[in-house]
Design a protein around this ligand. Structure first.
Ligand code: SF4
Length: 227
């Protein structure tokens, strides 16, 4: 497998935010979101056998806790990733996969919590979501909309309503996009959409979603990698 990094930190997003987590970040992505903060994963990385990835995870999480598979787009390496995720589950880890929603998700092992993006118009990857993936979602899964404008918000709000998404899955997350070149200060001025404005829209429209901030960008320098 081509791996960018494996490290332990706090989970920054989703309903698992705040929990210690080992991150396995796979190299490469087939999308190019305008606000992507993971461009360093597009190329490079190092080739690792699945057994070596597993050994590294076990070293960082001997208690067999939370593991997130992320990228880049991890499902581009589906052939090796699917058996690895199953092994992690079998060992007793709680496994999350964070994915763009563009790749087929049917073969993700049952038991893995899928955190799936639906890309909004101003991401630059509009219409990349594979609608068939809605059938692969279960009550433990989460769908995330990263928003950078009112247009994105309205798209996400209407998508949730049309698909009755909140009734099918564990959580729907609305998260303001973060300026990818932000560094230094740890505050909401780096958000491309003001969280307060987003909160007001959600309350005004009564949208059944959870507002999420990227916790790690408020704990550490937003430019820091490997956290
Ligand atoms: S899908 Fe994720 S890794 Fe790929 S370009 Fe978009 S934000 Fe970046």
């Amino acid at each position: 497998m081509q791996i960018t990094e494996i490290y332990k930190s706090l989970q920054g997003e989703s309903t698992y935010a705040g929990l210690p987590c080992v991150f396995v970040r796979l190299t490469a992505c087939n999308l190019r979101c305008s606000w992507c903060d993971s461009e360093y994963t597009f190329t490079g990385g190092k080739k690792m056998a699945s057994e070596d990835v597993l050994a590294e995870v076990e070293k960082l999480s001997p208690e067999r806790g939370l593991v997130e598979i992320t990228g880049g787009e991890p499902m581009l390496q589906e052939r090796e990733l699917v058996p690895l995720m199953q092994t992690l589950l079998d060992l007793g880890h709680t496994v999350l996969i964070e994915t763009s929603g563009e790749r087929p998700l049917e073969r993700v092992p049952k038991g893995v919590v899928k955190i799936v993006d639906v890309k909004c118009p101003d991401s630059g990857a509009a219409d990349s979501f594979r609608m068939e993936n809605l059938d692969a979602l279960s009550s433990q899964d989460e769908v995330k909309f990263v928003l950078s404008s009112r247009r994105d918000y309205e798209f996400a709000r209407d998508f949730v309503a049309e698909q009755q998404l909140d009734r099918k899955i564990h959580a729907v997350l609305f998260s303001p996009a973060f300026n990818k070149t932000a560094k230094g200060s740890r505050n909401t001025t780096h958000c491309l959409l003001d969280p307060r404005e987003l909160a007001e829209w959600i309350l005004e429209d009564g949208v059944p979603v959870r507002l999420g901030l990227q916790l790690h960008k408020f704990i550490w320098d937003p430019a820091l990698k490997g956290v």
